[in-house]
Design a protein around this ligand. Structure first.
Ligand SMILES: Nc1ncnc2c1ncn2[C@@H]1O[C@H](COP(=O)(O)OP(=O)(O)O)[C@@H](O)[C@H]1O
Ligand SMILES: [Mg+2]
Length: 368
């Protein structure tokens, strides 16, 4: 069992830089948790505090039920993999992987067995006698992961381990690390600024900004029910569209009115938003929830919208349309057979039940 619990954890660097502020996270045994957020939001500092490489200013960290605030990094039973690999250049791959175990005086044949097992898991058996400089970036990253595996730690910590790899290799290593998690059944905490990496790898995702945790949730819950506008905009690419308008009475119901654009809301949203009748709100709608009318799936309730095309971006599998109502700009992701030209006025269908609503002042979600 290796849960990792952070209670009211705070880190203030000298010159009173608050890097991490009142962070509470409960990572379950064997869970793969991703910390994600923009650069400088405190991800690495949080991870380094779990590792013991950074002292915490206040709060408590527990690993496997044990308060580790005053426990040395080497005694925490964790292993960390960094972006820059941090391999010893003068040692072979074998030497690099064996080094930590040698320091701990493990018997030679135990070390050998563990190094060979890790090498087999990672498919680097043929590289054991090479020096790091004779390896590709992807191979070096595998060695860095191997060095963590041989220690059989309770908890693996990864700090942007794939950032130095090219796009294709990054995809491949992403899958390998996910498989490794399944195979080892270990608790893993993984830091990245890349929301796609977070969405595809995490059992749960911790979204951070400015040293604070904004939301902790499973990927699709995060995607479908963001707690605020920051999370809504950070997760998903292209980002969710945000359009400012007012909730106007519409018969017995409500309509979102932007000036040029008026969306009558389905009854589920009308009851959820009843308290905000007459108020200014921010509507959030994802690009994939705006369709070309003829491609709407049966059963999906949509509202027609007219907009002018500003930019057309074909990506192959789909087309991104950058549009304006005259007041607001937004992006639609439509099927590739729809290729309007710039300045064309197009009719679109908005899957209005998928819309989210936010308070323009607090940016908090008005929906559960
Ligand atoms: N050793 C340090 N001294 C002072 N400020 C630091 C130090 N390390 C990090 N910071 C600051 O703490 C904040 C969080 O940094 P970091 O945890 O590295 O962010 P992330 O990993 O999310 O990019 C940043 O504002 C950064 O400048
Ligand atoms: Mg970092």
């Amino acid at each position: 069992m290796a849960e990792v619990v952070l209670k009211n954890v705070r880190k203030v660097f000298e010159k009173s830089v608050v890097a991490v502020d009142d962070v509470n996270i409960e990572i379950r045994d064997r869970e793969f948790v991703v910390l994600v957020g923009p650069s400088g939001c405190g991800k690495s500092t949080t991870l380094r505090m779990i590792a013991g490489l950074e002292e915490i200013s206040s709060g408590e960290i527990y690993i496997d039920g044990l308060l580790v605030n005053d426990i040395q990094p080497k005694d925490r039973d964790i292993a960390m993999v960094f972006q820059n690999y941090a391999l010893y250049p003068h040692m072979t791959v074998y030497g690099n992987m064996a080094f930590g175990l040698k320091l701990k005086n493990y018997p030679k044949d135990e070390i050998d067995a563990r190094v060979r097992e890790a090498a087999e898991i990672l498919g680097i058996e043929d590289l054991l006698e090479r020096k790091p400089k004779a390896l590709s970036g992807g191979q070096r990253q595998r060695v860095a992961v191997g060095r963590a595996i041989v220690r059989k730690p309770k908890v693996f910590l990864f700090d942007e381990p794939l950032s130095n790899l090219d796009a294709k290799l990054r995809l491949q290593m992403r899958t390998e690390i996910s498989k490794l998690h399944t195979r080892l059944g270990a608790t893993m905490v993984y830091v990245t600024h890349d929301q796609v990496e977070a969405m595809t790898m995490g059992d749960r995702i911790v979204v951070m900004k400015d040293g604070r945790v904004h939301q902790v949730d499973a990927p699709l819950d995060l995607y479908n029910r963001p707690v605020n506008q920051f999370v809504a905009g950070f997760i998903g690419s292209p980002s969710m569209n945000f359009i400012t308008g007012r909730l106007q009475p519409d018969g017995d119901g409500l309509a979102f009115d932007e000036g040029h654009l008026r969306l009558p809301l389905p009854s589920s949203l009308v009851s959820a938003l009843a308290a905000h009748r007459g108020q200014d709100v921010v509507l959030g709608i994802r690009p994939e929830d705006i369709h070309a009318p003829e491609t709407v799936n049966p059963g999906v309730v949509t509202v027609p919208v007219s907009a002018r095309v500003e930019v057309v971006e074909p990506t192959g599998a789909e087309v991104l349309l950058y549009l304006t109502t005259g007041t607001s700009s937004f992006v639609a992701r439509v099927d590739p057979q729809h290729m309007p030209v710039v300045d064309q006025q197009v009719e679109l269908a908005v899957a209005v039940a998928k819309a989210r609503f936010f308070d323009p002042q607090t940016q908090l979600s008005l929906l559960r």
